[in-house]
Design a protein around this ligand. Structure first.
Ligand SMILES: NC(=O)c1ccc[n+]([C@@H]2O[C@H](COP(=O)([O-])OP(=O)(O)OC[C@H]3O[C@@H](n4cnc5c(N)ncnc54)[C@H](OP(=O)(O)O)[C@@H]3O)[C@@H](O)[C@H]2O)c1
Length: 256
């Protein structure tokens, strides 16, 4: 891998093979950073890498497996020394009434949306604090801040990860490292496509009606675009004074 002279920091993005992670990888690459692309699907990561304007490293890994998290960081460090920017984005959603949520469903969501971020942030922080500069951005959700029906496991995981962000931010506040979250509303990604299909199957509405239903959850009346989330990640990377925040990218659904 050729490292261009004057290239920026090293940014690891989990869940970089599609959706918000793909858009964030693009944005950070445009910003001049070298990007470490992490997800399970090697081929999809390769296609994302091919489309980036700058250097990147494809590192297939399942972030729910601690050994694979360690191996992903080791691969990044062996290529580029330190992960300066960590975007914890890989996530999963599930929709069921609380009383129908199984232990397996609960655990699957918590493993990916809460435990994996904890392990990634724990692994990334020491090198960042040691060098006196680092940025962690977790892609949480608007349901990190409010409850919604039919998504109790997802909502609990996102409330939990925002707590992790706030606590970590307090711990590293004097070290040159910031830890923040972005909290999107419904974003136009494959994850939302799945939600649309599920609503359509459950309610008998057409997929177009289901999209409109989710679009109306944002006061601006439309789905959020992945690049709008990526812009916010970029802003947090560029700013050392914002710390411990969950920045809403939700068209005004939660005013806080
Ligand atoms: N879409 C929304 O409306 C919305 C709203 C608020 C918050 N969010 C949050 O934003 C984040 C990204 O969402 P998205 O809509 O872009 O989702 P998406 O389209 O479903 O993409 C999820 C990404 O995570 C990766 N991933 C899934 N399981 C993984 C695992 N075990 N290990 C490593 N990577 C894994 C997927 O790649 P592989 O399958 O190749 O592993 C993919 O790159 C999630 O945390 C989600 O909760 C989404």
């Amino acid at each position: 891998m050729t490292v261009l002279p004057g290239a920026g920091r090293v940014a690891m993005v989990t869940g970089a093979s599609r959706g918000i992670g793909e858009a964030t990888a693009h944005r950070l690459s445009q910003d001049g950073h070298r990007v470490v692309l992490v997800a399970r699907d090697r081929d999809a990561l390769g296609k994302v890498a091919d489309a980036l304007p700058g250097p990147s490293l494809v590192v297939p890994a399942d972030v729910t497996d601690q050994t694979q998290v360690e191996a992903a960081f080791a691969a990044a460090e062996s290529e580029w020394e330190t992960v300066d920017i960590l975007v914890v984005n890989a996530g999963t959603a599930t929709a069921s009434a609380l009383v129908d949520t199984t232990d397996e469903e609960w655990q699957r969501v918590l493993d990916l949306n809460l435990t994996a971020p904890f392990r990634c942030v724990r692994r990334a922080l020491p090198a960042m604090t040691e060098q006196g500069w680092g940025r962690v951005v977790v892609v949480a959700s608007v349901v990190a801040k409010r409850g919604e029906s039919m998504v109790s496991a997802y909502t609990a995981s996102k409330h939990g990860v925002l707590g992790l962000v706030r606590s970590a931010a307090s711990e590293v506040a004097r070290t040159g490292v910031t830890v923040n979250a972005v909290c999107p509303g419904y974003v136009d990604t494959p994850m939302t496509d799945q939600s649309v299909a599920a609503i359509s199957a459950r309610t008998g509405r057409s997929e177009e009606e289901a999209v409109q239903l989710l679009a109306r959850r944002q006061p601006i009346g439309r789905l959020i675009r992945p690049d709008e989330v990526a812009d916010t990640v970029s802003l947090l990377v560029g700013n050392g004074a914002i710390n411990g925040q969950g920045i809403n990218v939700d068209g005004g659904a939660v005013q806080s």
